[in-house]
Ligand binder design. Structure first.
Ligand code: SAM
Length: 246
């Protein structure tokens, strides 16, 4: 029976490939890979030799029906992205939708993803959280997201490219309070793994002085302000004032 496996791959440390992921990649009829060159290197290193089909955001519309046809004819396809979980800020969503439409089983494997890896070490509440993926690039389009993070009772998580990080954080600091806590999780699972923890002000200042290098996940702590509760005397005064005002 044809089916689609969604297979997570390491986000840096090759030892994070699971035994099951390796088996599924070896046994599949085809591996649908976002970048066959990048994945070729990974598969070689983990000792998987199998056929690859390129499947990325620019060819996914045309490729999806071809892959569906293969699976309808009984092929087992394992989908991988360049790193981490397919579908999470990576291609794969269209194929999953098409499989569901066509009654083809979708089998997800658990494994590494940068946002969950960053979240569990952030020190922020993990329930609830909001994952935004990559924000829009334009500062004006980023602002509504930052306004939402400012009010959120959930931990906010987003991805940003290193060459855009300093500018994005500057923009963020115009919306979020300077004392809100944030974490920049850098190069997770790699040699230079690092957590830059502090207030919005401190982390923004840090990156304006130290050019960001490597891969980053940014986390913002929830808004913990409690709505002000009035005491009885305050409440009575408020009512009296309102009555006096007419
Ligand atoms: N599918 C991946 C996942 O499950 O996390 C995400 C792919 S997305 C195209 C790449 C972005 O993920 C990077 O720009 C960075 O923000 C984040 N990322 C990936 N690997 C990372 C790592 N080792 N450390 C920190 N962030 C990482």
């Amino acid at each position: 029976e044809g089916k689609l496996y969604l297979v997570p791959t390491p986000i840096g440390n090759l030892e994070d490939i699971t035994i099951r992921a390796k088996k599924v990649l070896t046994d599949a009829d085809y591996i649908a890979a976002e970048d066959t060159r990048t994945s070729g290197i990974l598969l070689e290193k983990i000792g998987v030799h199998n056929r690859m089909i390129s499947f990325h955001k620019y060819n996914s519309k045309e490729r999806a029906p071809e892959l569906i046809k293969l699976m309808k004819d009984g092929a087992v396809i394992a989908e991988i992205s360049d790193a981490g979980m397919p579908v999470i800020s990576d291609p794969g969503y269209i194929l999953v939708q098409e499989c569901i439409k066509n009654d083809i089983p979708v089998v997800p494997l658990p494994g590494p993803s940068a946002f969950a890896t960053a979240l569990i070490a952030s020190g922020f509440d993990a329930q609830p959280f909001t994952y935004y993926g990559f924000l829009p690039r334009k500062s004006s389009e980023q602002k509504p997201y930052f306004e939402q993070m400012e009010k959120a009772k959930a931990t906010s998580i987003f991805y940003e490219a290193p060459h855009r990080l300093a500018k994005t954080l500057k923009n963020l600091s115009t919306v979020l309070p300077a004392d809100r806590k944030m974490v920049a999780a850098r190069e997770l699972t790699k040699i230079h793994e690092e957590f830059i923890r502090g207030t919005v002000q401190e982390v923004t200042d840090y990156f304006s002085k130290n050019a960001p290098r490597g891969e980053f996940v940014i986390l913002i702590s929830p808004n913990t302000e409690v709505p002000k509760q009035l005491s009885w005397p305050e409440l009575i005064k408020l009512v009296n004032d309102l009555v006096a005002e007419g």
